[in-house]
Design a protein around this ligand. Sequence first.
Ligand code: PMV
Length: 362
Amino acid sequence: MSSFDISSVKGDLNRGQVSWEAPSNIALVKYWGKKGLQLPMNSSLSLSLSSSKTKTTLSWKKKPEGEGPSFDLLFEGKKKVQFQKKISTFLKRIEEKIPSLKDYHLQFDSENTFPHSVGIASSASSMASLALCLGSFAAYSGVEAFLGDAFYEQVSSMARLGSGSACRSIYGGWASWGPYELDEREKGSDFYATPFTKIDPLFEEMSDFILIVDSSPKKVSSTEGHALMEGHPFAEGRILQAENNMNKLVESILKGKWDIFQRVVENEALSLHSLMMSSNNPYILMHPRSLAVIEKIKEMRAKTGVNCCFTLDAGPNIHLLCPRSENAKVKRFIESDLRDLLENERWIEDSVGALGPKPLEC
Ligand code: PMV
C-alpha cells in the first residue's frame, strides 16, 4: 500500500489537525485470547465494512516545555470519561513509537456513522481511526518508521495496541492477522495485519446484514473474555482449530467454494461463544432470540439453497453474510421471517468495503 500524503494535514507542528475515517470489521476466523502485549493467540481473518465507520479528527497543540502530555477525547461533541482510561493506556503504549507526543496536548473528536445504541462494537473502527491520525502526525513530524510504504503496517501495529481487532481495520476488503502464512512471500505477523487480496469473484462483493437482536451493554467485556482464555481448558485445541479453519477458509475464498466458507464461518462463530460458555468463569452473551434467528436462517437455507451464512461478534447480534447476488432474496427473508425477532425490528444493511480508511478534509 502507498504512503500517507502529508498534504492532508492542516496547520503546522505547533498547532495542526488531521482527520481519518476507518471501517468497522467483522472477523470470520475469530481472534480470541492474547499473549504478551496485545499479540493474538491465533490467526484471524476479517472483512472491513463499507458503511459502519468511525471518523476521527486529531488536533494537536505544542505545550510549553516540561508541562507533560495531556489529551481530551470527545465523542459526538461530548467528553467521554469512560473511554479516558483506554486512550490513556493506548497513548502510553505508543510513547516509544512517537516520542514527541509527550510535548503536546492532543484532542480527539470522534463520531460513528452507525447508531451507537444498537450494540455494534466500535472499538476496532475507533482505535483504527485514532491510530491513522496519530500515524499521520508521526509521518508529518518526520518519524522515519512512518514514512514511505511502511505507513499502513506501522499504523496497523499501533492500532493493535489500542484494540487487537483494530489492526485489521487499517485496510479495506479482507485482512488477516497472526502467524498464518498464505505462501513464502506472504507471511503473516502477530504485530500487524496484512490485506488479503486473492479473492474468487464469488466473494468480491459480499453483503453483511447486521441483525440487531439486543443492544444492551455487554455484561462481560472482550478484554475480560480474552483474559479467560488464559488457563482455558480448551486453549490448546482452540489454537489448532483456528489455524485449521484459516486454511479451510482461505482455500474456500481462493477457489470460490461457498459450502466450505459457510461451514467454517458458522463453526467459528459458535466456537467463539462455546469458549465463553466453557471458560473457568462461564458466561453467555447470546440471547434466546439469537438462537431463534440462527435456527430460522438454517431452515430457510435448507429449503431454498440460498447462499448465506451467519456469524457473531462477542455479543448477541447476528451478521448475516451473502454474496451480493443473493441480496434480494435475503432481504425478503429478513422482512418476512426475522423482523419480529429483532429489537425494534432493526437491522442495518452493510457490505464489504474494498476502499478501506481514507483521510478526510479537516
Ligand atoms: O479487539 P478486541 O479486543 O475488542 O477483541 C475482538 C474479539 C472479537 O471481536 C470477538 C473477534 C475478532 O477477531 O474481532
